[in-house]
Design a protein around this ligand. Structure first.
Ligand code: XMP
Length: 524
């Protein structure tokens, strides 16, 4: 089998919010890319043995004394190098060009004029003007500017406010662009990256879902041998994909523990059992612990204390189940690449953290289990593609995220079983109608929140006082900021009518029109 790790692109990060996007774009081209900090030592870069290097953007200025710069080997190993934004500036400065500082940053759409005849821009143009010049629509971001290109380089792109918006040295395969080819606003940015990765750096498309699965199966088999592995299965995308992958790799050596905490969505527990235990034949122990969780939540109304109570109870239940399974040597986790990057950024050296998230961590030290983390190299979109390739249904793989504490933070104040049951029904109606109206996948997260207040309604001749719920639906890319979804009125009307008519104890439905910030996505 081909070694899918044999061709990789090294991305040196200077702190830009777009760095992960560059890595994902490269991987979409079927080539492995890894992000490292700009100060990666020369020896490590050599050992990493990339096929090419991308210098990413960053907030600093190269004109400052001690501004961040990559090790010299980047330019002396004979590898293709692409500098993006700050990456182009540092390349210019290091190779003898000149960069001028500026306090003003320009962000947004720009039309650049394509200059020269580089391989990077080969056969790429969005418009041609009266003079026959090729123009490209791009997402520009600059403050500092390259004002003199290094010797041996030619001009590749220009705009009025940024006369040197791109440069290249085809002999050395060095390219610099001041704009961001990785964002979709740069219309043909994807093709530019493809030219760099495939034509210039000569990478093939080895990094495909099928190859990744085959590779991971081999690795897991090698790591685990004939030992036993335990996995906390939550029904979320990551743990589900780990379950499917490990089942394929080691079959019966895998045991999953699924904790039903009574705070799950309608039919969720049965769905997980049907899918994994019944259909796929995975060994899953279902622990029905709703009473225990509700007991721990009794009288608790502070959101953080509720989270703690749920987290602690989870650990208690999971540990009890885990200890009952004898001779387990490995604990599997759904750690994904962004977790690895994050932890590497917050610590020094090679971090190997256990997610603090309550549904994966917390095993007692004396269990001494090694970790199996088959998704460690993957971005979320890759995890999803692998899930599909492993035969998991689209609906499961592309489901909205669900918080660990579940309905526990969607019932404001004290959690009671009665509220959970009402909320589950209302939530199921909302989600069903989002699917019916073809809006589910246009929102990033949608759910119903239970408000423990009573409001009046009239049913027949009777006035009745019943509970209030609010619908919440947001659109977001990273869940750090979010816009409330502009759902059609017909959809809201249908959901509201159904909830009030079908659920006896709800008299009123509201729609949350708060964006994040300042509001958060969840209500607690
Ligand atoms: P907020 O409400 O902070 O939510 O805007 C951002 C994202 O995080 C999820 N979330 C949680 N996930 N445990 C989790 O596992 C939690 O305690 C928790 N609180 C919020 C939320 O659903 C959204 O996707």
């Amino acid at each position: 089998m081909t070694d899918i790790h044999s061709q990789k692109i090294l991305i040196l990060d200077f702190g830009s919010q777009y760095t992960q996007l560059i890595a994902r774009r490269v991987r979409e081209l079927g080539v492995l890319s890894e992000i490292r900090s700009w100060d990666m030592p020369a020896a490590d870069i050599e050992e990493f043995a990339p096929k090419a290097i991308i210098l990413a953007g960053g907030p600093e200025s190269v004109t400052e004394v001690d501004g961040p710069k990559a090790a010299d080997v980047v330019y002396t190993m004979g590898l293709p190098v692409l500098g993006i934004c700050y990456g182009m500036q540092t390349m210019a400065q290091e190779l003898g060009g000149k960069v001028e500082a500026s306090d003003i940053r320009e962000f947004g759409y720009a039309q650049i004029k394509s200059e020269g005849d580089s391989k990077l821009f080969k056969n790429i143009s969005d418009h041609v003007n009266d003079k026959g010049e090729k123009l490209l629509d791009v997402w520009m971001s600059h403050g500092d500017k390259v004002v003199a290109i290094p010797e041996g380089f030619k001009l590749m792109a220009s705009t009025e406010s940024c006369p040197i918006a791109g440069m290249y040295n085809e002999e050395k395969n060095f390219y610099g662009v001041q704009f961001h080819p990785e964002v979709t606003h740069s219309l043909q940015g994807g093709r530019m990256l493809e030219h760099f990765i495939k034509d210039i750096a000569g990478c093939e498309g080895l990094w495909t879902p099928a190859n990744i699965i085959e590779d991971q199966i081999k690795r897991v088999q090698k790591q685990v041998g004939d030992k036993k592995v335990l996995l906390g299965l939550s029904g979320g995308v990551d743990s589900s994909v780990v379950a499917a992958l490990l089942h394929k790799a080691i079959g019966d050596q895998l045991t999953c523990v699924f904790v039903d905490n009574g705070l799950l969505r309608k039919n969720e527990g049965d769905m997980v059992m049907d899918m994994f235990a019944k259909n796929m034949g995975v060994k899953v122990i279902r622990s029905d612990a709703a009473d225990l969780f509700l007991g721990a939540l009794k009288g608790v109304s502070d959101p953080e204390l509720k989270r703690k109570a749920i987290g602690n109870t989870f650990i208690e239940v999971f540990d009890k189940e885990a200890t009952a399974i004898k001779d387990v040597d490995f604990l599997a986790q759904g750690t994904i690449y962004p977790d690895v990057i994050e932890s590497a950024a917050s610590k020094t050296g090679k971090a190997h953290v256990i997610k603090s998230h309550h549904n994966v961590g917390g095993l007692p030290d004396d269990m001494k289990m090694d970790l199996v983390e088959p998704l460690r190299e993957l971005f979320k979109d890759e995890v999803r593609k692998i899930g599909l390739e492993l035969g998991l249904p689209y609906d499961m793989v592309y489901r909205h995220p669900f918080p660990g504490p579940g309905l526990g933070v969607r019932i404001l104040g004290e959690v009671k079983k009665e509220y959970c049951d009402i909320l589950r029904e209302a939530d199921a109606i909302f989600i069903e109608e989002l699917h019916n109206f073809d809006w589910y996948h246009k929102t990033s997260q949608a759910f119903v929140v239970f408000l423990p207040v009573k409001s009046v309604g009239v049913v027949g001749d009777q006035r009745r006082y019943e509970w209030v719920v609010s619908l919440r639906a947001v659109e977001t890319i990273d869940f750090m900021t979010a816009r409330w979804a502009h759902l059609p009125y017909e959809l809201l009307e249908k959901v509201s009518n159904r909830i009030i008519n079908e659920i006896e104890h709800i008299s009123r439905v509201a729609y949350d029109v708060s964006s994040k910030p300042p509001a958060t996505i969840e209500w607690e």
